[in-house]
Design a protein around this ligand. Structure first.
Ligand SMILES: [Zn+2]
Ligand SMILES: [Zn+2]
Length: 82
């Protein structure tokens, strides 16, 4: 006979917030507006910025040399699309 069992409580939370963005409070430090809804670049230092803001920093070159927040050498982790 199968033992009856009870599932006490299952909390399934789907985290829709990109963890990397937490580092920047979901705000682009370059323009002080929310990161969502626009393409962003995220560095290995977990700082994220709008692609268009980064492009504005270095003219035609849309990559960063150093992180605008911590001034460490910029290593791109990934980019997102709006
Ligand atoms: Zn921005
Ligand atoms: Zn950084």
């Amino acid at each position: 006979m199968a033992r009856p069992y009870k599932i006490a409580k299952v909390n399934i939370s789907i985290n829709l917030v990109n963890n990397d963005y937490k580092t920047t409070n979901n705000i682009c430090e370059l323009c002080k507006t929310p990161l969502y809804g626009k393409g962003c670049i995220v560095g290995k230092c977990h700082h994220a910025f709008h692609k268009e803001c980064v492009r504005g920093l270095h003219g035609a070159n849309n990559t960063l040399i150093s992180c605008p927040i911590d001034n460490s050498a910029w290593h791109l982790a990934y980019t997102t699309f709006a």
